[in-house]
Design a protein around this ligand. Structure first.
Ligand code: PLP
Length: 394
């Protein structure tokens, strides 16, 4: 058996633990009530189908939409692939346009889905962001062409936590008759999202970023006006034909439960996480006054902090800090030594990007963990700097 590591976990943008309430809700669906939700001719199937529909309604309620507009997927990667490839391929096949507008700081799965449809003939405009990480809605308006099918802008960035101005973007997309897709993997259950007020047409959700298990997610697909997509996975026509395959009932139940809890606790959890973030930042700054914050601090999801310490090498810092789990750049790019493309897009030098760490607070993070982690980080930065000055003096 592998026991829990004793480190302090501050990497909630990479993944979150499953909330015990979510685990309790999902467990019976593995064994006692194991039916196939698509076998509605008997009670096992009907029970499973009912559970899936309850879960679907809970996911829908979190973002203010109808249950039948929710398609269950394996996660936000699949949802983003389906939204982007699906919308473009439908449009390309029906002669309804060929152009996408997106942003350079999007998650890799969005950027790669866009790149994939260029092989089908799509064209893409990638917009830059300001030094605060935010995209200017005016720039989106200017980038939309007659043949633009889709604008894809993430709700909350996974590295720097900044919240994009979706309501303004949604209004101008609707006015121009262009679909708006948003990758809300880091936003759902963390910041208020009202899909109708924001005029979003397609929205991606990831279970494991909101205290449900890995391997489940959802895509919201608007019915009126209808967002038309070509399916990626062919088969039995489940999920209204958008996503064939037998639904993983326990995982859908888990996502529903996680969505309900997140919605109920959003405001109070947001307040608590903001206090923890402020506490961390104040303590880091007291110890290392020259630190810099990456991305807007006020247009930001409560659980994220991304800071740099000039002259420090964050990779080395992390190696010396084996009792706390934070991240340098996003988990998806940390296999390579490339500086984060998100931080580079803010205008940071390679050195400053390489001096930055992402600290992600979550539902079970405590004040004392924050204090301990802050003190360890300050000490590690101090020790790396004094090593350097000793070496420089030699
Ligand atoms: C985690 C993440 C994804 C990928 O989600 P999975 O459910 O792991 O596939 C996509 N976009 C963003 C912004 C993310 O943070």
């Amino acid at each position: 058996m592998t026991g829990a590591p004793t480190a302090i976990y501050l990497d909630h943008q990479a993944t979150t633990p499953v909330d015990p309430r979510v685990l309790d809700a999902m467990l019976p669906w593995f064994s006692e009530t194991f039916g196939n939700a698509h076998s509605e001719q008997h009670v096992w199937g009907r029970q499973a189908a009912d559970a899936v529909e309850v879960a679907r309604a809970k996911v829908a309620a979190l973002i203010g939409v109808e249950a039948r507009e929710i398609v269950f997927t394996s996660g936000a990667t699949e949802s983003n692939n389906l939204a982007i490839k699906g919308a473009l391929r439908f449009a390309l096949h029906h002669g309804r346009g060929d152009h996408i507008v997106s942003v350079v700081t999007e998650h890799k799965c969005v950027l790669e889905s866009c790149a994939a449809v260029t092989e089908d003939g799509a064209r893409i405009t990638y917009l830059e962001v300001g030094s605060d990480g935010l995209v200017d809605p005016e720039a989106i308006a200017a980038a939309i062409e007659d043949d633009t099918v889709l604008v894809s802008v993430m709700a909350v960035n996974n590295e720097i936590g900044v919240v994009q101005p979706l309501a303004a973007i949604g209004a101008l997309c609707r006015e121009r008759g262009v679909l708006l897709h948003t990758d809300a993997a880091q936003a759902a259950g963390k910041v208020e999202i009202d899909v109708n007020a924001m005029q979003i047409d397609l929205l991606s959700i990831s279970g494991h970023k909101m205290y449900a298990p890995k391997g489940i997610g959802a895509l919201y697909t608007r019915r009126r006006p209808r967002a038309r997509l070509q399916a990626e996975i062919s088969g039995g026509g489940q999920e209204r034909g958008y996503r064939s395959g037998t639904l993983p009932v326990p995982l859908t139940v888990a996502l529903g439960e996680a969505a309900e809890i997140a919605g109920d606790e959003l405001a109070q959890e947001g307040e608590r996480l903001t206090l923890l973030r402020t506490r961390m930042l104040d303590r880091l700054r007291a110890g290392q006054p020259d630190l810099f914050v990456n991305g807007s601090l006020d247009q930001r999801v409560p659980g994220n902090l991304n800071v740099g310490f000039p002259g420090v090498d964050a990779e080395t810092l992390m190696e010396s800090l084996d009792t706390i789990a934070v991240s340098t750049g996003s988990a998806c790019t940390s296999a390579s030594v490339e500086p984060s493309y998100v931080l580079r897009a803010l205008g940071l030098s390679d050195a400053d990007a390489g001096a930055s760490i992402r600290i992600g607070f979550g539902r079970f993070t405590t004040e004392s963990e924050v204090d301990t982690a802050a003190d360890l980080i300050v000490a590690a930065v101090r020790s790396q700097r004094s090593d350097r000055s000793v070496r420089a003096a030699e």
